[in-house]
Design a protein. Structure first.
Length: 701
């Protein structure tokens, strides 16, 4: 540990005497007194830290809401990262060679915003003052694309830890494939998490995988303040976190004083060294320090501290008790913090020189990487996929992945189900010694898998995919929701699409999952009906990689449907078949998706043989269809054709929008049973016979 530096403003920060005076209100005075004196060899760093502590205390008090405690307690760590240790350029927040900083403890957004302001990312004091207000550049939790320098949207605890694993995986993959041993594409992924993040299971799932894969470019900075909203962590979280991470295969480093700047810098610089293991930096901190009334207490988590307490904090930090925001950041403090822009520009320049040198000496690798980055010409690779055979759509989907494999544009794997979901590809898997492998083994970690896909998507070179059974999509919902909020092009490949799963019974037979996934705004849910539709929806996904999608695929074999142009399928819903193409109108309309389209078509043909004019609409993607112009939707589903039957082996609720008051929905509104797929479908009424019975009843009205 470095020698103790000068205390800011001759002891104006917390010291033993002031702690003794306030021992009646400070919860752990011995700990507080040992850890809240700012130590820095350079007094300018101490002054920047003092400003970074004061700002959240004042801002949250003024608003009466927000989270100051963690932003205060980890201010010195944040200054060490942004001001000294991290490789970043405030002048170019999207520079590819930068380190990434993920604030998994997203409620501490002020911690990040203050550093982005201090180091020159374009934020102003007025932006800090406007935090948590409508249209502000500083929302209540960090949002990707909303604030320069924010690497991902965070807030649901633990998600940032898991997605940082995906970022680290992607960076190692890029380095291994294109510039092995150069360090050119090997930045450090920093993630700051609190006790709440480490209590959430998704962080443990992902951290376990990170240790197994030896992600040496990943550093998890843990705010070990031992406080959560309801009280001390000891009430519900008594495990030895350090021992747990060592068991995962991580290296563990310690920061004993969260306001000893020089110790922090030394430890963080050591943390970025490549040792074959990810690193946990445990920072023993005090939430809300140096507040006399709230430091070390759960009351510091959220809300204002009270004006008297804030005034006392300011005085201890060397400011006037009534200091304004501008007073808290004098010109010399801002100038010292903004030196990060000069350092960043120089680091960026050296990286650009190294990149040009590498590109010149490795033109084939550079060209291959550029092709990935541009992502062009992929759709043509699907021409080789057979669409003429009656197959489960999971089999056709696997053929699509194999056809795309030579491009290298997609990268992913499954949650221990690669053979069953048909996503297994030839070639090596990713390991600690081979980060360039063609496929990831996520293990039985569906939640972490979805969050890791987000991290890979954030990196930007690959379209990530992960596969499991549809019934287990419930494990992934928080990660999917964040991916949608960030508009990340992650692909969730789900097989075993309905109660047709059969003998595995109701625990593995999805019923409500289709409907619930469609409720997520911005998530495209694709349920192709045969091999041709499967290839067609993939073509659109490759051509428009702007948002996440869930592909729902059958385990059972499906017949080949009448051929239609891929462009029709890409509209989400289209007229698959009409018994009387020249007729001005039809007597009845079927709408169906996925593995039930052939049932609707069979029923329609039988009704046509009885003299009825019938049309069948296949709707592989409700979201795509709803985005079409009203004129197209009217042509497919004429509003005056009110006799309708919708068929899908899942919850019926949302389909009444399309069935209308004069129509009917054939679906599954109860859990399944253990038995053959055909027997369970029959018991739940998903058969041609039952569809015909319902249709005839409507026609007879």
């Amino acid at each position: 540990m470095v020698n103790e530096g000068p205390v800011l403003n001759e002891g104006s920060l917390l010291n033993d005497a002031t702690v003794a005076k306030d021992s009646a209100v400070v919860k752990d005075s011995a700990t507080i007194s040992a850890s809240t004196v700012v130590r820095a060899a350079d007094p300018r760093d101490a002054r920047v830290i003092a400003s970074a502590i004061a700002l959240p205390a004042v801002l949250v008090q003024r608003k009466g809401h927000g989270h100051a405690g963690t932003a205060m307690g980890m201010a010195a760590v944040a200054h060490a990262l942004f001001g000294k240790v991290m490789r970043h350029d405030p002048g170019d927040p999207r520079w590819h060679g930068r380190d990434r900083f993920v604030l998994s403890a997203g409620h501490a957004s002020l911690l990040l915003y203050i550093q982005l302001y201090l180091t020159g990312y374009g934020l102003r004091l007025t932006d800090l003052a406007a935090s948590r207000t409508l249209d502000a550049r500083t929302p209540g939790h960090p949002e990707l694309g909303h604030t320069p320098g924010v690497e991902m949207s965070t807030g649901p605890l633990g998600q940032g830890v898991a997605s940082a694993v995906g970022l680290a995986l992607a960076c190692r993959h890029e380095e291994a494939l294109f510039a092995h041993g150069t360090g050119l594409f090997d930045p450090t992924i920093w993630v700051l998490a609190g006790d709440g993040c480490l209590e959430e299971g998704v962080s443990g799932e992902a951290s376990s995988l990170a240790g197994t894969l030896g992600l040496e470019n990943l550093v998890l900075v843990w705010d070990d303040n031992r406080i959560t909203i309801d009280g001390p962590t000891s009430q519900a979280f008594s495990e030895d976190v350090r021992a747990r991470y060592r068991a995962y295969g991580w290296r563990v480093l310690e920061v004993t004083n969260h306001l000893d700047y020089d110790e922090i810098v030394t430890v963080l610089q050591a943390a970025r060294e490549r040792t074959g293991r990810p690193t946990l930096v445990a920072v023993r901190s005090v939430i809300g320090a140096p507040s006399p009334a709230h430091a070390g207490d759960s009351s510091a988590h959220a809300g204002g501290f009270g004006q008297a307490d804030v005034s006392a904090i300011l005085e201890r930090l060397g400011f006037a008790p009534d200091a304004t925001l501008a007073d808290l950041v004098p010109a010399e403090v801002l100038a010292h913090a903004r030196s990060a822009t000069v350092r960043g520009a120089e680091v960026h320049r050296r990286w650009d020189d190294a990149y040009r040198s590498w590109s010149s000496s490795h033109p084939e690798s550079a060209a291959a990487r550029d092709r990935l980055r541009l992502g062009r010409g992929l759709s043509g690779l699907l021409d080789q996929v057979d669409t003429t055979a009656a197959l489960p759509t999971r089999v056709t989907n696997g053929a699509v992945l194999r056809a795309l494999q030579p491009s290298g544009a997609l990268w992913g794997g499954s949650a221990d189900l690669a053979g069953s979901t048909n996503v297994a590809l030839p070639g090596p898997i990713v390991t600690a010694t081979d980060p360039g492998g063609v496929q990831l083994r996520f293990g039985i970690r569906e939640h972490a898998m979805a969050a890791i896909l987000s991290g890979i998507a954030l990196h930007g070179l690959w379209r990530p995919y992960g596969s499991t059974y549809l019934a287990f999509s419930d494990y992934q919902r928080p990660s999917i929701r964040l991916a949608v909020l960030m508009s990340l092009p992650a692909l969730y490949l789900y097989t075993h699409d309905s109660v047709a799963v059969g003998e595995d019974g109701p625990t593995h037979q999805p019923v409500e999952q289709l409907a619930s996934l469609r409720l997520v705004p911005g998530l495209d849910v694709l349920r192709p009906a045969d091999a041709g539709e499967t290839v067609a929806v993939w073509r659109r996904l490759l051509e428009y990689p702007q948002r996440p999608a869930a592909l729902v695929l059958s385990r059972q074999q499906l017949p080949v449907l009448p051929t239609v142009p891929d462009a029709e399928v890409a509209r989400g819903g289209y007229v698959l078949w009409r018994s009387s193409p020249a007729a001005a109108t039809d007597d009845l309309l079927f709408v169906a998706t996925g593995s039930e389209v052939h049932l609707a078509l069979s029923a329609a043909r039988e009704l046509a043989a009885e003299g009825h004019a019938v049309r069948v609409v296949s709707m592989p993607c409700v979201e795509w269809f709803n985005a079409e112009p009203e004129s197209y939707r009217e042509a497919v589903l004429p509003s005056d054709l009110r006799r309708r039957v919708v068929v899908e082996a899942g919850r019926t609720d949302a389909w009444w929008r399309y069935a209308g008051l004069d129509g009917a929905v054939v679906g599954v509104d109860q859990f399944g049973e253990s038995g053959s797929g055909s027997a369970v479908l029959a018991r739940r009424g998903v058969t041609v016979e039952h569809v015909l019975q319902v249709a005839r009843g409507i026609l007879a009205r």
